[in-house]
Ligand binder design. Structure first.
Ligand code: MV4
Length: 456
């Protein structure tokens, strides 16, 4: 649970450099803290709910993200015109852009997130891997830093054993990755990964890891303050995804043993305190068949699935981010030790065709949001509202909490049945399939589950 702490000099006004449900979520936290809000919006979002509910709203450019939500000068200008004290970047867009965080600080505006140097070093995946190893966090066998040649790649693969995976150091979301099953393919696959990385990101650097064939994706929510304290708030199981887009997340993981959770959490706390990690973050791990966890990457931002952790801990993570950025001590912001209660599940409701997974933007003609005990809905949808084609297709996050996993599942099914969205296609039917699948109900799945389910 949270404490009722307000630092001596809280912010008067926060600008939200984002859109959609997360912009509304941040406005909620600001209202709860009595802080003024500035929404920025593109021409496509003029009639959106964040614009309606913020105290002030400024248009920052045309629909295309590059000229609005990613346009640093426009956003800084909006902050200066409105006398903003701090900027919350949400997720995506500029949330992990170290130079944006630096420009904010240089302009005398607090960036609500980790320090620019920490965002920078965690964004270089091969460096994050080395830093975590040096702090005793388990990592997968792999290369010592960036691969310098095909010969070195062949040698490394021989040492760790096939299959291996080549990953872009600046990558994410699966881009610039190649799986190697045959050593003869290494030179060609390395060149492909390097070219893809060079084209998509600022760097062509590639590193190697042992490939886990059927992993579970488990991530830990963390909070760090500016006084050297880090707390680990438990894990989220995020294995249910399709093409690197998460569909359903839950906490706790049905597969994580208590002793592994305790051991990894203790190591992580040490490591992140050593790094000087501040604000909210997520540390991603892969779990192999025997239940061991291996670090893969750090996300230096609030994530889409953060409500799952909020429901089991009772902590408002966005409020905690704001109070941390204002200089608060973790022990004054949240109740320690962190308690976890029950089980939470989140279904991402996307505007997409459930058969083809192609986006289904357009006007929502009817919208009925479920409620009742144990249900939370984070959404920017409303009847007659428009889901524009320019941004991600997330319309709503439906979160169910219960005393145990069975109760959370039962509440989620009930809520999915009562969620009415007309005018656009959504992923609601897909979620209903997942929630009645015997392997999901048994907690028996990995990152290949959705692919297997859809192949049937
Ligand atoms: C892996 C892996 C297997 N072994 N690394 C995909 C995105 C990026 N964040 C990490 N990813 C993976 N890294 C090793 N050493 C399998 C994946 C992976 C994956 C990871 C988490 C959730 C879904 C996934 C889907 C395909 C591949």
């Amino acid at each position: 649970m949270e404490k009722r702490f307000l630092p001596s000099a809280p912010f008067r006004k926060i600008l939200i450099a984002n859109r959609g449900e997360i912009a509304l979520r941040i406005i909620c936290a600001c209202k709860d803290l009595g802080i003024g809000t500035v929404a920025v919006y593109s021409e496509a979002d003029r009639y959106s709910l964040p614009v309606r509910f913020a105290d002030e709203a400024i248009c920052i450019g045309p629909a295309k993200s590059a000229r609005s939500y990613l346009d640093i000068p426009s956003i800084i200008s909006a902050a200066e015109i409105t006398n903003t004290d701090a900027i919350h970047p949400g997720y995506g867009f500029l949330s992990e852009n170290a130079s944006f965080a630096q420009v904010c600080e240089t302009s005398g505006i607090t960036f609500i997130g980790p320090k620019p140097a920490v965002i920078q070093s965690m964004g270089i995946k091969e460096r994050a891997r080395t830093i975590m190893r040096e702090h005793g966090v388990p990592i997968l066998p792999g290369s010592d830093g960036v691969l310098e040649s095909a010969e070195q790649a062949v040698e490394t693969a021989a040492k760790i054993g096939l299959p291996v995976i080549l990953k872009a150091s600046a990558g994410g979301g699966g881009r610039g990755m190649r799986v190697v099953h045959d050593a003869a393919d290494i030179p060609a696959l390395l060149a492909q990964a390097q070219n893809e990385a060079g084209a998509a990101f600022s760097s062509a650097d590639v590193y190697m890891e042992k490939f886990i064939t059927a992993p579970r994706h488990i991530e830990f929510q963390v909070l760090g303050d500016h006084h050297g304290n880090v707390e680990i708030l438990g894990e989220r199981e995020c294995s249910l995804q399709r093409r690197h887009q998460k569909l359903l997340e839950e906490s706790p993981s049905p597969a994580l043993r208590a002793d592994v959770r305790e051991r990894v959490s203790a190591k992580l706390k040490e490591a992140l305190e050593g790094i000087g990690y501040t604000n909210a973050g997520t540390v991603e791990f892969l779990m192999d068949e025997d239940g061991s966890l291996y670090f893969i990457e750090v996300n230096a931002r609030i994530q889409v699935e953060h409500p799952v952790t909020e429901m089991v801990t009772g902590i408002d993570l966005v409020k905690a981010q704001i109070l941390i950025a204002a200089g608060g001590k973790l022990a004054d912001i949240i109740e320690l030790p962190v308690q976890r209660r029950g089980h939470a599940i989140e279904c991402r409701i996307n505007a997409e065709n459930p058969e083809t997974f192609t986006p289904s933007p357009g006007r929502i003609t009817a919208f009925n949001v479920p409620g009742g005990i144990g249900i939370r809905v984070d959404t920017h949808g409303y009847t007659d509202g428009v889901i524009p084609p320019y941004y991600d297709s997330l319309v709503a996050k439906l979160i169910a909490h219960g005393r145990d996993r069975d109760e959370a599942v039962q509440r989620m099914k009930r809520a999915l049945d009562m969620f009415v969205v007309e005018g656009i296609h959504t992923s609601i039917p897909l979620h209903k399939r997942i929630l009645t699948h015997p392997d999901f109900l048994a907690g028996n799945f990995d990152t290949n589950f959705i692919g297997r389910m859809l192949a049937k």
